[in-house]
Design a protein. Structure first.
Length: 401
């Protein structure tokens, strides 16, 4: 009981600090009020889990005042289970009769303010119905979310640890001839463990454990046929998780037989580009310069035409968020940003070569939050995994794969 009280106390302090920081930014940016409506952003400030469906939610934030939460009547009793203080205003339904719609209520709440900011991820149809003297699209929440607190780092660290454990499970159960379906089933084990340890929020948790087989691994955002089989490789394994609101990812390229000479060469080029990019990571460095470092290596070895994506991206409440480690980015890395580094090489008809790690930016460098092995020797699986093979054969027969 005492532990739970302590945890809730830490969460309350975290949410209080986040709201206070935002209110201070409103003063600096000269906004009289600020509107937040995206589901993740509202969760970031309140820890309320919900699914908005077609009914929008809003936080109206004003400097030095208690924020106001505007919600559908359906959710009013739910949001009363508050952690930090906010005023609650409800609207009837979507849609409602005149005077009872969400926009009627919202426009009443903001009519006394002159210059109002609104987070730029607002839906266009929602933005269109707002009435204000001056309504400015801004990204104050996005900017705040990029730099993680100590509390957030620890939550991401936990997710990263689960990613490492899942990657080990993949390596302990994969075998030549396994179907693509089989690694997907490992997500159930992760979920069960979270439930057993009372660390599972079904609304803010998503779990993807998967392996893309060669040559489909050359198309990283494709979906292989579930009945496809794993051969030598290059196969790309991924643990791509959001656990109780906080994300992490780990990806590894591995082989189920001795890699060919070409495989060894491409794998090493991928590792070299990764190391070049990592050598640049620290606070004060331009994200675009990190991407340029990896691209320069690929260019030196005639591999630019084998690239399909940027060098990395931010991680936080989502698996993909700012800052983006890309040539078009104007971001400057700051201490306690969390990013991935994942330069990849893709050869049609052969496969992909990519490792990805979740990384905390430090003042003078970086900290790897996912630490699963990366070397080619470790990525060459020679054990038979016989028990997994027996289970897999039964699954294949039962599902007629």
């Amino acid at each position: 009981m005492g532990f739970q009280v302590e945890v809730m106390g830490m969460l309350k302090q975290e949410l209080t600090n986040r709201m206070k920081q935002l209110q201070e930014r409103l003063i600096t940016s000269e906004y009289d009020a600020y509107i937040i409506t995206a589901e993740e952003d509202i969760w970031y400030y309140t820890n309320i889990t919900y699914k908005p469906e077609e009914r929008p939610f809003f936080i109206i934030v004003v400097p030095n005042h208690t924020p106001t939460l505007l919600v559908p009547k359906l959710e009013e009793s739910h949001v009363h289970k508050r952690i930090i203080d906010y005023n609650i205003v409800s609207y009837w339904e979507f849609p409602s009769s005149e005077g009872s719609n969400w926009y009627d209520k919202l426009n009443q709440l903001i009519q006394g303010y002159s210059r109002i900011g609104i987070e730029s991820n607002v839906r266009a149809d929602v933005y269109h119905l707002m009435q204000a003297k001056e309504l400015v699209l801004a990204q104050l929440v996005e900017a705040q979310r990029k730099v993680k607190s100590v509390y957030e780092i620890e939550k991401i660290r936990m997710s990263a640890k689960v990613c490492d454990e899942a990657m080990e499970d993949i390596f302990n159960t994969i075998y030549r001839g396994a179907s693509v379906l089989e690694p997907f089933t490992l997500s159930k084990k992760v979920q069960t463990n979270l439930i057993k340890t009372k660390q599972f929020d079904p609304i803010t948790t998503s779990l993807l454990t998967a392996v893309w087989n060669a040559p489909a691994s050359a198309m990283p955002h494709s979906i292989p046929e579930l009945g496809d089989r794993f051969g030598d490789g290059p196969n790309v394994a991924m643990a791509y998780y959001r656990i109780n609101g906080y994300s992490a990812e780990c990806e590894r390229t591995f082989f189920l037989g001795q890699p060919t000479k070409d495989d060894v060469e491409m794998f090493q080029h991928m590792q070299n580009a990764r190391n070049r990019a990592l050598s640049m990571v620290r606070a004060g460095v331009r994200a675009a310069d990190i991407d340029a470092e990896a691209r320069a290596y690929f260019d030196q070895h005639g591999l630019l035409n084998r690239l399909l994506h940027r060098t990395g991206h931010g991680v936080g409440l989502r698996n993909h968020e700012g800052p983006y480690i890309a040539e078009g980015s104007n971001e400057i890395l700051e201490e306690n940003m969390v990013i991935t580094i994942e330069p990849g090489i893709y050869i049609e008809g052969v496969g992909g070569y990519r490792h990805s790690d979740t990384i905390r930016v430090t003042k003078d460098g970086y900290e790897l939050l996912t630490t699963f092995p990366i070397d080619l020797v470790d990525m060459t699986i020679t054990k038979s995994n016989r028990l997994a093979k027996l289970k897999g054969k039964f699954m294949q027969k039962y599902l007629k794969l």
